[in-house]
Every structure is written in structure tokens, then in C-alpha cells.
Design a protein around this ligand. Structure first.
Ligand code: SAM
Length: 296
């Protein structure tokens, strides 16, 4: 397995988001990983069923986070194949590399790269991303760089959230938090970039890919039971760690934090109806599973 490379240049317009992903969001993601990653297992398998990484093929994973999907692709393509996980956050990349080494995965490697400025060789048969392409300040150049990493005829597959209102657990959490907080006109906190729902509009999602030169763009709606937590405490912690409700608290700084206990209580009331007899909490989520090809 190769070592982590030094991070390449980050596009100036992405600096704030990349900093957020390497600091506060990285920490929250790590703490709530069981929910954020576990909840997407079904979606991931559905994506690989619709658009299978080719056996013996070479794959790239964009915004790979802890590298769960990179390792899964490496398993699917088998020992003759290879998977490269890339992420703009050196801390995610470092964790991904260590975990892959601990797992003894030999056909994977990881590197830090802002997809918007990356200049990958045209080496890959398959480019995947699970929730990693919604945060670019300039999505068309970023998607063009991803397309340019694919051999002619190579396949792109990605997962992104549909509009916020299509996933009740996101929309209703925001509504509850809005009873206590509104978005301040000025704030100091870094934001995550255009945001998790920036590709929710199907025309936007398709248009960016076509403008970046992709062909055969297909969007599949996939609705699923989103695992919110093993118990109510875990669910509330995760809901207020990332996503629209968490963002409102973060942007409101100390005042936002001071309202967290009341917000948590209101969320417990709101979501108690969603709790199952074994204590787990599930909501409904909705994503696009997107397929596209680099023209031959
Ligand atoms: C929502 S997380 C998804 C992580 C992982 N794919 C998963 O599903 O567990 C978004 C990821 O995109 C990465 N990211 C954000 N902006 C990026 C950029 N400009 N280039 C590459 N990765 C980026 C973040 O660091 C983060 O790891």
C-alpha cells in the first residue's frame, strides 16, 4: 500500500469548507460514525448493485471520508483490481490509511486532494462518491477533473441527498430547531460549502454532470430507512452534530449552544413516535443514486 501523499493545492474558494471538514466536521463525523456511515450501508450496496465496480478494475473514491466505501470497492474488484480513496481532509485520509492497514487491505491507497484542483491521470475504470460531491464551490470543474480521471467509457457512480424536504428526518429536525434559532445574518463559523442538498434538484445534478462532459446520465431515486441511532440519545446527538439543525446551532455560536438542551428535549418529544420497541430510531431518507459515463 502506498503512503499518504502531501495534500495538493486547495482551490481558494474551497478553503473554508476544506478547513471545516478537516476540523469540526471531521470530529463530529468521527464521533457519530456509527450513524453517519452505518445508515448508508444499504444505499451503498444498492449503488454497487446498479453500477458494479468492474472485477479487476481500477477505482477512485471521491471525498472518501474514512475509506469505508474505498475498501468495499477494493473487495468487489478483487486482488487484481485497485481502489484509490481521495479526500480534501488530511485527517480523514490519515484515518482511512491506518484503518486499511489494520484491516490488511493491500489493493487500496489514499491521498489528500481537493477534487476541484486535482489532476489525476486517466487511469480509472470507475469513479465513485458517496456524499462527497456536494461541497465544491465550483462543481463543474470538479466533476470535469473526476471525469478526466476515467478512461474513455469509464463509469461514474455517486450518491447524494435529494432535496431536504424529501428526507423527513432532515426537514423535521430543521423545523424543530427553527423554533429556537434562526440563521444569523453574520457568523464566524466555517461552513461546509454549498451543502449536503446542493444536488437535490435533479436538473442541477444532471446539468453539472453534462456540463462537465459526462454522458448517459441517469438518476435513480432511492428511499430507505435511515438509522438515526441505537437509542434516542445517540439519535439526538447525531442529528445535532451535522445537517441543517446542527448548522443552525453552530452558526449561532455560544447562543446556539446555550439553546442545545431545550432543542434536544424538543427533538426527543418529536421523534419518540419514530422509536422502535428495541429502542432504535429510524427515519425515512431519500437519495439520488447517479450513474454517468465518460464518453468513449
Ligand atoms: C459527507 S462526507 C462523506 C464521507 C464518505 N464518503 C462517507 O460516505 O462516509 C463528505 C466528504 O467530502 C470531503 N470533501 C469536501 N470537500 C471536498 C473537496 N473539495 N474535495 C475532496 N473531498 C472533499 C470531506 O472532507 C468529507 O470527507
Amino acid at each position: 500500500m502506498t503512503q499518504v501523499q502531501q495534500p495538493g493545492a486547495v482551490a481558494p474558494a474551497n478553503e473554508e469548507a476544506v478547513r471545516a471538514w478537516d476540523t469540526v466536521l471531521y470530529e463530529r463525523w468521527k464521533k457519530n460514525r456509527k450513524v453517519f456511515v452505518g445508515a448508508l450501508d444499504e444505499v451503498t450496496e444498492k449503488s454497487f448493485e446498479l453500477y458494479p465496480p468492474p472485477e479487476g478494475g481500477s477505482c477512485i473514491d471521491i471525498g472518501c471520508g474514512f475509506g469505508d466505501t474505498t475498501r468495499r470497492m477494493a473487495e468487489i474488484v478483487g486482488p487484481e483490481g485497485f481502489a484509490l480513496g481521495t479526500d480534501s481532509s488530511p485527517r480523514f485520509v490519515e484515518d482511512a490509511r491506518l484503518e486499511a492497514a489494520e484491516a490488511g487491505a493491500e489493493n487500496v491507497a489514499f491521498e489528500a486532494a481537493d477534487a476541484q484542483t486535482a489532476d489525476w491521470d486517466q487511469d480509472f475504470d470507475y469513479a465513485f462518491s458517496r456524499m462527497g460531491t456536494q461541497f465544491f464551490a465550483a462543481p463543474v470543474p470538479a466533476m470535469r477533473a473526476i471525469r478526466n480521471s476515467l478512461k474513455p467509457g469509464g463509469r461514474h457512480c455517486k450518491v447524494c441527498w435529494r432535496r431536504k424536504d424529501e428526507s423527513p428526518f432532515w426537514a423535521e429536525t430543521e423545523q424543530v430547531v427553527q423554533q429556537f434559532l434562526s440563521r444569523p445574518e453574520e457568523y464566524e463559523a466555517d461552513t461546509c460549502g454549498p451543502g449536503p442538498f446542493s444536488l437535490g434538484n435533479p436538473e442541477t445534478c444532471r446539468g453539472i454532470l453534462e456540463a462537465a462532459g459526462f454522458d448517459e446520465v441517469e438518476l435513480h431515486q432511492f428511499d430507505f430507512d435511515y438509522y438515526m441511532g441505537g437509542d434516542m440519545d445517540e439519535a439526538i446527538e447525531a442529528l445535532l452534530a451535522i445537517g441543517p439543525g446542527a448548522e443552525l446551532i453552530r452558526l449561532n455560536g455560544e447562543y446556539g449552544e446555550s439553546r442545545r438542551p431545550e432543542i434536544s428535549e424538543a427533538l426527543v418529544d418529536h421523534y419518540s413516535a419514530w422509536q422502535r420497541p428495541d429502542g432504535t430510531v429510524f427515519g425515512r431518507g431519500s437519495v439520488w443514486i447517479v450513474g454517468a459515463t465518460n464518453p468513449a
